[in-house]
Design a protein around this ligand. Structure first.
Ligand SMILES: [Fe+2]
Ligand SMILES: [Fe+2]
Length: 255
């Protein structure tokens, strides 16, 4: 029994015969190479300018193909093995964003401590800011994990000492703290967009996707939510209304 594999190129058609039993063939259309396997091994038929060449025993040579990639695998132990298409600018921008998230987390932690004081005692706001602080630290950690994944090095920077008093003569403490929160969330959004632009500028599709899928959507949601809290606090004034607002945060009823 004989089997025939036919394949074509844009320039010519070629024909390749296999005379072994149980042979298998694969045809690559619009290409100049086709291959088949029979009981004695591989057969490659190449077509170029109408000339047929038959090579036996070799499909392709992976070590030839990856030679230049092998040169990219460092031998010095201080260099990452995983790093690939990850530029210094992206690495620095990730470290910068880690610092932003830590700073914001620190401010929210200070707000938690303020609203938890015995003479302030707005437990719902304290709970909200504690959770917010933990969330921002979680963002920092997610970025750290990503930095390592890409073969960069996490370099933590200093964080700024936050305020400890949040009372404001006209606005009161709750509204003042929430307006500050809104500003911080918008600032964080700006920094994330900068990180995304660094990724795009350097053609780092993977980093751009990471920022989009893990951060940008959530950031827009956060800005909307905090904006609503600011609007509600402006409506209720400084006294009794704040206590009610606080209760909704405490019992998870805030919408
Ligand atoms: Fe964040
Ligand atoms: Fe946030």
């Amino acid at each position: 029994m004989s089997m025939r594999a036919v394949f074509s190129s844009s320039l010519s058609h070629s024909l390749c015969n296999f005379n072994a039993e149980h042979s298998r063939s694969v045809s690559l259309s619009s290409n100049s190479v086709s291959f088949g396997r029979n009981v004695s091994g591989m057969v490659v038929c190449a077509t170029k300018g109408g000339n047929n060449r038959t090579l036996t025993g070799v499909l392709f040579e992976p070590f030839e193909e990856v030679k230049k990639e092998l040169d990219l695998v460092p031998t010095a132990p201080q260099f990452s093995l995983a790093r690939h298409k990850y530029v210094d600018e992206s690495e620095a921008a990730i470290n910068e964003q880690i610092n932003v998230e830590y700073n914001v987390s620190y401010v929210y932690h200070a707000m938690y401590a303020y609203f938890d004081r015995d003479n302030v005692a707005l437990k719902g706001l304290a709970k909200f800011f504690k959770e917010s602080s933990e969330e921002e630290r979680g963002h920092a950690e997610k970025l750290m994990e990503y930095q390592n994944k890409r073969g960069g090095k996490v370099k933590l920077q200093s964080i700024v000492r936050p305020l400890s008093e949040f009372d404001h003569a006209d606005k009161g403490d709750a509204l003042y703290a929430m307006e500050l929160t809104l500003s911080l969330e918008k600032l964080t959004n700006e920094k994330l967009l900068h990180l995304h632009s660094v990724a795009t500028k350097n053609g780092d599709v993977q980093l751009a996707d990471f920022v989009e899928s893990e951060f940008l959507g959530e950031q827009v949601e956060a800005i909307k939510k905090i904006s609503e809290y600011v609007a509600q606090l402006r409506r209720v004034g400084k006294g009794h209304g704040v206590w009610h607002f606080n209760q909704t945060l405490l019992h998870g009823e805030a919408a």
